[in-house]
Design a protein around this ligand. Structure first.
Ligand code: C2E
Ligand code: CA
Ligand code: CA
Length: 441
C-alpha cells in the first residue's frame, strides 16, 4: 500500500534523524506536511517488567519499528515515552493512513530481547499545507491534537490549513468574553526541577481554552486577542485566582510549591490590575509568582518597575521570562526585583547541536548569577541538553523531558510519584561536584 510519503533524497530512510522541526525550518519537507506524535501509555508497567535501564532504551526500539513501518518518514524520540514522526503527503488523510499502519504494527507485541511486550499508545497528527507551514503553529497544532487524543483516548488528526481552522479574530474575540464564565478556560501546569536538589521548586501555570466548536486553543492564538481587546486583565485575574486555589490544594496534599502565572506586558502599567492583585494576595497565604518579560518593562519602565516592586513587597516572586528573545537592557535588568531568569527556549532547544547557543546560555547563566538570580532553562527536551545545562551551572530546568504541561490532577499524581526523578536521572552523576561549584547552598 502506498502511503503517499515520498522518500527523501537527502537522507536515506534509516539515517539518524535530524529533529523534525529542523527539517521543517530548512524547508526539507514539502507538499502537505504531516506530523504524528506517539506517546507510550503503559510505560510505567513496562518499566516494572523491563527494569529502568532497559525501559529507558525502549523508545529507540519503538522508533526503529516505526521507521520500518513508515520508510522515508523522519522519526525522532522525544524523551523516554514519545516519538515525533514527520513526512510529506498528498492529502491530510495520509496522516490517518500512517496512523493505521502504526496501529496495525503495534496490534501485535514488540519483541524486546526475545520477549513479547504489548505497547499501548496514544497517537495524534497534524497536517498543514507546505506553503502555509509555520513551525510554531505546526508544533502547537500537534500538541493540541495530542492533548485531545489523551483526554478522549482516541486518535485525533488536526487539519491546520487556514481555510479549515478559521481563526476568525472577530468571532473568537466575541467568544472569549463568555469563555471564562462558561468554564471553557482552564490551566495546565508544567513543573520546574532544581537540578542540584532534584526537587520540583516551582510550577508554571499555562492557560488553555476549550472552545466548544474549535476544540483546544493554545494561548498563542487568544492571548494577543485578549490583549488587544482589553480582556487580558479579567483573564489574568481569573488565572491568578485559579492558581491560588490549586496552590492551596497542593499545599494541603504536602506539596507547598509556588505556582507562577504569566503576566502580559500591558498589565504592568495597569493600576487597576495591580490593585486587584494586591487585594487577592492580601487575602491568601498561597505561594504565587509572576513571569514577566523584559520587553514589557522597557515599554513603560517607571510604572512597570514601581509595580513590580509592589508585587515583590507583598510576597509575589518574580521571574524574567523569555530572556534573550526580545529586547534586553542590562540597565533595567539590574533594577528589577526578580529572583529568577528564564532563558528562552530558542537557545535551549538547539543547545547540543548549535555552536553559538551554548556560549549564549553559558554567559547568561554567569550574568544571572552575578545579579544574584537563579537561572531556569526552558524547552529542555533531551537528556543531552539537561546534562549540559547541569555542567554549565544552570539551576533549574523545565521542558518536555521532565513533563509537558498537564492538568491539575495529573500534576498532583506527578508530584506524589516523584516522577521528575526518572526524567532527570541522567544528571545525577554530576551531583558529586563540590558544593562551591553550585551557586547556592
Ligand atoms: P511561555 O511563557 O514561554 O511558556 C512556555 C511555552 O513553551 C508553553 O507554551 C509550553 O507549553 C512550551 N514548552 C514547555 N516546554 C517545552 C519544551 O520542552 N519544548 C517546546 N518546544 N516547548 C515547550 P504554551 O502553553 O503554548 O504557551 C505559549 C505562551 O503563551 C507562553 O509562553 C506565555 O507567554 C503565554 N501564556 C500562557 N499562559 C498565559 C497566561 O495565563 N497569561 C498570559 N499573559 N500569557 C500566557
Ligand atoms: Ca512563561
Ligand atoms: Ca518562556
Amino acid at each position: 500500500m502506498s502511503l503517499g510519503i515520498p522518500s527523501f533524497d537527502r537522507d536515506p530512510p534509516l539515517a539518524a534523524p535530524a529533529p523534525v522541526r529542523d527539517l521543517i525550518a530548512q524547508g526539507a519537507l514539502a507538499a502537505w506536511r504531516l506530523m504524528l506524535g506517539v506517546e507510550i501509555c503503559n510505560f510505567a508497567l513496562l518499566r516494572r517488567s523491563l527494569g529502568r535501564p532497559r525501559a529507558d532504551l525502549l523508545i529507540d526500539d519503538v522508533a526503529n519499528e516505526v521507521r520500518r513501518t513508515l520508510p522515508g518518514a523522519h522519526v525522532v524520540a522525544v524523551g523516554r515515552t514519545a516519538i515525533e514522526i514527520g513526512f510529506d503527503g498528498a492529502l491530510p488523510s495520509d496522516a490517518n493512513e500512517a496512523i493505521d499502519r502504526i496501529t496495525a504494527r503495534f496490534a501485535s507485541p514488540l519483541d524486546i530481547d526475545g520477549e513479547p511486550y504489548a505497547i499501548e499508545f496514544v497517537v495524534a497528527g497534524a497536517a498543514i499545507p507546505s506553503h502555509e507551514c509555520d513551525e510554531v503553529r505546526f508544533a502547537e497544532g500537534l500538541e493540541a491534537a495530542l492533548a485531545e487524543a489523551r483526554s478522549a483516548q482516541k486518535t485525533v488528526v488536526h487539519d491546520l490549513s487556514r481555510a479549515d481552522s478559521g481563526y476568525d479574530r472577530t468571532s473568537l474575540m466575541r467568544d472569549l468574553s463568555a469563555a471564562i464564565g462558561n468554564g471553557e478556560i482552564f490551566l495546565q501546569y508544567q513543573p520546574k526541577v532544581h537540578l542540584r536538589r532534584q526537587e520540583i521548586v516551582s510550577i508554571e501555570a499555562l492557560v488553555r481554552w476549550h472552545h466548544p466548536q474549535r476544540g483546544l486553543i493554545f494561548p498563542g492564538d487568544f492571548i494577543p486577542l485578549a490583549e488587544s481587546s482589553g480582556k487580558i486583565g479579567a483573564l489574568t485575574i481569573w488565572t491568578i485566582q485559579q492558581a491560588i486555589l490549586d496552590q492551596q490544594l497542593l499545599a494541603m496534599s504536602g506539596h507547598d510549591i509556588p505556582i507562577f502565572v504569566n503576566i502580559s506586558g500591558v498589565l504592568l502599567a495597569d493600576a487597576d490590575f495591580v490593585d486587584a492583585v494586591c487585594v487577592m494576595k492580601r487575602e491568601t497565604s498561597a505561594k504565587i509568582g509572576f513571569e514577566i518579560t523584559e520587553t514589557a518593562v522597557i515599554r513603560d519602565p517607571d510604572s512597570a518597575i514601581r509595580h513590580l516592586r509592589m508585587f515583590d513587597d507583598i510576597g509575589i516572586t518574580l521571574a524574567i521570562d523569555d530572556y534573550g528573545a526580545g529586547l534586553s537592557s542590562l540597565a533595567y535588568l539590574k533594577q528589577l526585583p526578580a529572583r529568577e531568569l528564564k532563558i528562552d527556549k530558542m537557545f535551549v532547544l538547539e543547545l547540543t547541536s548549535s555552536n553559538r547557543d551554548p556560549l549564549i546560555v553559558r554567559s547568561t547563566i554567569d550574568l544571572a548569577h552575578a545579579l544574584d538570580m537563579e537561572v531556569t532553562a526552558e524547552g529542555v527536551e533531551t537528556p543531552a541538553a539537561l546534562a549540559l545545562l547541569g555542567v554549565m551551572g544552570c539551576d533549574v530546568a523545565q521542558g518536555f523531558l521532565i513533563s509537558r504541561p498537564i492538568a491539575f490532577p495529573a500534576l498532583k499524581q506527578f508530584l506524589d510519584e516523584d516522577r521528575h526523578l526518572s526524567a532527570t536521572a541522567v544528571t545525577r552523576p554530576s551531583f558529586g561536584r563540590p558544593e562551591s561549584f553550585w551557586k547556592r547552598a
